[in-house]
Ligand binder design. Structure first.
Ligand SMILES: [Zn+2]
Length: 224
């Protein structure tokens, strides 16, 4: 069994979703976290978690989706957080050129930090740092989440090799990839198994065991 801790399910339409869910069930993905990056997506995540027993709701606001209305959005998020919630997703700072003003982001971050959520350290999603970065996060109580980039990048393979499997979780960060013409090539939650396979190869641990341990690592911070 596997748990995909970060996907953008709200962005798929309902017909797509039924098929995507069937495909992940075939490869024994036990739970998929549906990430909210806006208020609307967060609401839809909650709806999806009610529709599919193996979808867990994450709510949040991506730093690059912040608007001048962010204070109201946070109040709305707080209300949503009382609802069947499994995790807060997409929190942090974003330094891409197109991202909103960093002051706005920093204010938001400090508000979030002081928010009275029932807060447990979660995971550093789509980890792309060095071993030292990973170590610092692990010391704060966070898990390191690897995505399919682990299959491509040596610096990530190196991190995965050095940190204990007890600190690792896995994800696909799936979203509708309209830019890929071949629909078969879109990443989906079923592909979380590829990430587990790569960890299995790097650490020389059987894939079933990788699935079991990374799932129990995720269950430690998820509210189910
Ligand atoms: Zn994402």
């Amino acid at each position: 069994m596997f748990i995909d801790i970060h996907t953008h399910l709200p962005q798929y339409n309902d017909i797509e979703l039924d098929e995507i869910v069937n495909r992940w069930r075939l490869v024994k993905v036990q739970y998929v976290i549906s990430t909210g990056t806006t208020i609307d997506d967060s609401r839809r995540s909650i709806l999806l978690s009610k529709k599919y027993k193996d979808v867990l709701a994450g709510i949040g606001m991506h730093p690059s989706d912040l608007t001048q209305n962010w204070k109201n959005d946070l109040i709305e998020l707080k209300k949503l957080s009382d609802n069947n919630l499994s995790m807060i997703s997409e929190i942090g700072l974003d330094y891409q050129e197109i991202s909103p003003d960093k002051h706005v982001q920093k204010d938001t971050y400090s508000v979030l930090k002081n928010f009275s959520f029932n807060y447990n350290p979660g995971a550093i999603h789509y980890f792309d740092g060095s071993y030292e970065d990973a170590r610092k996060m692990i010391d704060l109580g966070y898990k390191i989440s690897f995505a399919k980039t682990l299959l491509r990048y040596d610096h990530l393979k190196n991190v995965a090799q050095k940190i204990p499997i007890e600190d690792i979780v896995i994800e696909t960060d799936s979203y509708p990839q309209y830019f890929k013409k071949n629909r078969q090539r879109w990443t989906e939650p079923k592909d979380v198994k590829l990430v587990a396979q790569e960890i299995s190869r790097i650490k020389n641990i059987e894939i079933d065991k990788v699935g079991k341990i990374t799932s129990s690592n995720a269950l430690n911070f998820l509210k189910i």
